[in-house]
Write a protein that binds this ligand. Structure first.
Ligand code: R5P
Length: 293
């Protein structure tokens, strides 16, 4: 098996290859002056089982295009089978038409990744698990929440309360609670369809003097987590931590969350960032080994 180190996930790809003791193919890449992507697989993939590791965090469109180019090149160069490992799947939040005329962007992505020749798809903490049903090729979702919760447990936070900042993240809080064992809950959040403004409904928890960890799949602008952290602090929480699989951390996100009263933000290397201290490499390597790639 060969692991291709996608430009957006080179460190993670190398860690996965190390764990699986697989050969590596690096990618030579550049952006032309007009913005187009160029890349070249720097090794032979003919007749090989190929795994391409490429996340699709910002700049999403460029990273997605690189992914299509890598898959198509690998197939065209005679790869036996290509598995795309996309730790953060961009565009998965638009999985239906909320307003008339909207593009259902995740469906467009799926059509294109399948058309590029991908044989199998693997991702981590996809925004909605149901999206997997839209794939025609085998597609699997892994969860990094247990790894994140173990990270906090190792820091002495066993017994912390796990909170989901909206109902969609409740399964994440439940997963974390299986490790931390301090109880879990969720908030009701509303986002204005046009302005994107976030409103978190006031809800009381029995958290006075306790540590709380807010778990979400994505931290983008930080608005969701910052609102949750502020509410928890006003309810007397001792220390509040923010955790996510995908730290996109757009603009002032980190500052917003820390100013809201958080102790720390912890993310994974699904998206490389200054807070990506938990690696999903063991999770991905284990899944690849299990499916016999
Ligand atoms: C949305 O439902 C997601 O699970 C996240 O809560 C959301 O993407 C976070 O966005 P932001 O950081 O911009 O509030």
């Amino acid at each position: 098996m060969i692991v291709v180190l996608g430009p957006a996930s080179q460190d993670l790809g190398r860690k996965v290859a190390d764990l699986l003791k697989s050969r590596i193919v690096s990618v030579i890449f550049k952006t032309f002056p007009d913005g187009e992507s160029y890349l070249r697989l720097d090794g032979d993939v003919k007749g090989e089982e190929v795994v391409i590791v490429q996340t699709t965090g910002p700049p999403q469109d460029a990273h997605i295009m690189q992914l299509f180019l890598m898959v198509d090149a690998a197939k065209d160069l005679g790869a036996e089978r290509v598995t795309a490992v996309v730790p953060y799947l961009a565009y998965s939040r638009q999985d239906k038409r909320f307003l008339l005329g909207e593009a259902i962007s995740i469906e467009t992505f799926i059509k294109l990744i399948e058309a590029s020749g991908t044989d199998r798809f693997l991702t981590v903490n996809i925004h909605k698990e149901g999206v997997l049903k839209k794939f025609s090729i085998p597609a699997e979702n892994l969860s990094a929440i247990t790894l994140l919760a173990e990270h906090f447990k190792n820091k002495g936070l066993a017994g912390a309360f796990s909170l989901a900042p909206d109902k969609g993240a409740l399964e994440l809080a439940k997963e974390a609670d299986r490790v931390l064992d301090g109880g879990c809950g969720w908030l009701r959040k509303e986002r204005h369809r046009l302005t994107g403004e976030i409103r978190v409904e006031e809800k009381r928890f029995n958290i006075e003097g306790r540590d709380v960890i807010v778990f979400d799949d994505i931290i983008s602008t930080g608005g969701t987590i910052a609102a949750a952290v502020k509410m928890l602090k006003t309810q007397g929480a001792k220390r509040v931590y923010a955790a996510c699989a995908h730290p996109l951390l757009v603009g002032e996100a980190q500052r917003k969350i820390m100013q809201g009263g958080a102790e720390e933000i912890v993310g994974t290397d699904c998206v490389p960032s200054p807070v990506s201290v938990v690696s999903v490499a063991p999770l991905i390597a284990e899944a690849l080994a299990k499916i016999g790639v």
